[in-house]
Each structure stands twice: as structure tokens, then as C-alpha cells.
Design a protein. Sequence first.
Length: 175
Amino acid sequence: MKKQNLRRWFIIFVISVFIGLFIFLNGGTKVKVTQQMDDTITQYIKDKYKNVYNKNEKHKQFEAHKVYGAKEKFNIITVYIYSVYKEFNPATFEQSAGHALPARIRLLKQQKHFKVISYTEPEDGELYTSSVKRMFPKEYTRKVFQDTGNLSYLDHEIEEEFRDWKKQLNENVDE
């Protein structure tokens, strides 16, 4: 009788360990995105696109994003976002380039900072939907599709930063 109970508890323990490992290895632990992580993501996106749209001209870059969530596994934090990126010509103050898209960013947690170790955007055209589903956990995919074209508050955030930048430029000219 005792041997049978011990065996039953051992089986339950082993199954629990396997379930826990499966959950941990597949999902990781949810984490809150800090300001430092957020700034790292924004700077990475600006650096990535600084010579893509306007190769020979220096345009002012702005980026804003919505964070859907983040998970940490083995010191790597995967962040799921929807990013809006815009460039403005400093001579004319006209928008010269930009895009809006979901992205998955992997950050390596180092001593006092974070380093982007991978950045993934969905594929274009008919592969867009399936690539978003591969990139994002199910809990975020519906939100990504609902948000496509519906994140005007990110545009407003960029417009506010643009106005501040333009005002600062005008103040510097007046001095």
C-alpha cells in the first residue's frame, strides 16, 4: 500500500516537472518592459532605418510603438510590438518616409543595459498573415490584426515629438 502511494506520488511529481518544463521552455516568464528596454528598441529601429529610405540625406527620425507584451527565457527577453516609424526632411519639414508594422524584438539582458540580438518583421503580401502568426503568440495575433491601420495615437505621439523638434529648430535659428 505504501509502495503504491509512493509510486503514485512519484509519477505525479514527474508529470508536474515535465509540464512545468514544457510551459517554461515554450513560453518563458512574462516580464514588464522597462523604460530602458523601450529606449533600446526605439534606438535600434532608428539605427536600422537611418539609411534605408533616404540614403544620401540626413532626415530626422521618429519612432513610437505599442507593446503587446514581453517574455523572458534564459536571459533573453522577447518583446512584441507594433511600431510606427517616420522620417522628416529638416529643410522642408515634410514627411519623407515611414512605415507601420508589427515586430518581434529579442533583447539580451547584459549587466546594465540591453542589446538587440534579433529583430523580425512580417513578410509582405499574401505571406503577411501567416508570418505574423508565426512571430507572435496567439494571445497577441488578434490584437495585431485589429490594430493594423488603427493606431492613430502612435501617429499623434510622433506628431507631438515632431512639433517639439520643429519648435526647437526655430528657436535655435532665432538666437
